[in-house]
Design a protein around this ligand. Structure first.
Ligand SMILES: [Zn+2]
Ligand SMILES: [Zn+2]
Length: 386
């Protein structure tokens, strides 16, 4: 697994371009005697392993894409691709799921049911992402998936610690764009213009009021503006200003309300100053990632059996995850595995250009995925009776 992970780490591929990665995955699965479907929803790979005994269908997922980050870590297997890095640890996800595939195929005779291996593209992309195209291409059907599990490596959590949570664990990340249409002119005569730069400043300030004054404070909600664009020269008032932002919510009611308020506030502020606002939310934004409580409780029972690890309840995060789309098709759980180890210099968060993984945890991740498939595949197994 360490060798595989390092090879992937040196050759990261961006969203929708995971050609070599998915080839490696598909070849490896085939060499294990696992039935493989290539090019599922683009660059996705689906592996299907049938156990010798009757049982349920359990899907395990790994995402495969890297990030547009120039690596600055001190490992000697640094990325060889300029400006691209596995800074979120998806290389470890692939290696761990291949490890789990190996374990499960070695124990095919004792295995109940069917295991589906979902190697998905483009988790970091947002919007359509990689789960949706795979689902549209039938990955969760024929046979229909009964349970689905996904694991994410976490730089901020102690090495060997699993993070679990029932219910909402990751946010719906709704990106939005506001285009403020004014009327340009000379900087010396603002009264003859509608200055979109002045207006955009008001819009940015007012939008924080949605968070501070319009959303129930006990419901998690955040709004951030990440980009503002306008203008060319100090004495020209431009025609247009745009801003890009994101809102994060953990439930659909707050999500709907927040989107409505953002639009109203942006348009209202613009109207006040005579400008016009066009507000657009990203289509197909990821839904809230909601872990099935009963499945999660049983999964915790399974995870607790893995020697050398700990299981800890975690708070939800406001990042987005398109594993949420698999969870809309089958009950399951999305959980974390810590990799923070100061002795080895593994102290940087996911997405950092210095992100460094404690590779000793890969065996825990692989074991956890394999055990979840093994236990949940068995309809009369101990995890199902609980
Ligand atoms: Zn990420
Ligand atoms: Zn990630």
């Amino acid at each position: 697994m360490v060798r595989t992970r390092r090879a992937l780490h040196q050759h990261p591929e961006l969203a929708y371009q995971e050609v070599e990665t998915s080839k490696l995955v598909a070849d490896r699965l085939e060499s294990l005697g696992i039935e493989v479907r290539r090019n599922v929803g683009g660059t996705g790979v689906l592996g299907v392993l049938k156990g010798a005994k009757a049982g349920r269908v359990v899907a395990l997922r790994a995402d495969m894409d890297g990030l547009p980050v120039q690596e600055t870590s001190d490992v000697d297997f640094r990325s060889k691709v300029e400006g691209v890095m596995h800074a979120c640890g998806h290389d470890t996800h692939v290696a761990m799921l291949l490890g789990a595939a190996r374990l499960l195929s070695d124990h095919k005779r004792e295995l109940h049911g069917t295991v589906k291996f979902l190697f998905q593209p483009a988790e970091e992309h947002g919007g359509r992402g990689g789960a949706m195209p795979m689902i549209e291409d039938g990955a969760m059907k024929d046979p229909r998936v009964d349970f689905v599990f996904g694991l994410h490596i976490e730089g901020a959590r102690r090495s060997g610690e699993f993070g679990v949570k029932e219910g909402a664990i990751a946010a719906a990340p709704d990106a939005f764009k506001v285009k403020i249409v004014g009327r340009g002119g000379h900087g010396s005569a603002p009264h003859e213009t509608i200055d979109p730069i002045y207006v955009v400043a008001h819009v940015i300030l007012a939008l924080q009021g949605v968070s501070a004054r319009m959303i129930d404070p006990v419901r998690p909600f955040v709004i951030s503006v990440g980009a503002v664009h306008s203008g060319t020269k100090e004495n020209i008032i431009p025609d247009v200003a745009t801003l890009d932002g994101t809102i994060r919510t953990l439930d659909e009611v707050t999500r709907k309300l927040a989107k409505k308020r953002v639009e109203e506030v942006a348009k209202g502020v613009c109207r006040t100053f005579g400008a016009r606002a066009e507000v657009e939310f990203e289509k197909d934004a990821y839904p809230v990632t909601v872990n099935d409580p009963r499945t999660t409780e049983r999964a915790v029972w399974v995870l607790k059996k893995i020697p050398g690890t700990r299981v800890k309840r975690v708070e939800a995060m406001l990042g987005g995850e398109d594993f949420s789309r698999f969870l809309q098709k089958a009950p399951g759980t999305f959980y974390f595995l810590g990799t923070r180890n100061p002795e080895k210099g593994c102290v940087y968060p996911n997405h950092s250009s210095k992100f460094k993984v404690d590779e000793d945890v890969l065996k825990f991740g692989a074991a956890s995925l394999a055990m979840l498939a093994f236990e949940f595949g068995n309809p009369t197994g101990p995890s199902q009776e609980r």
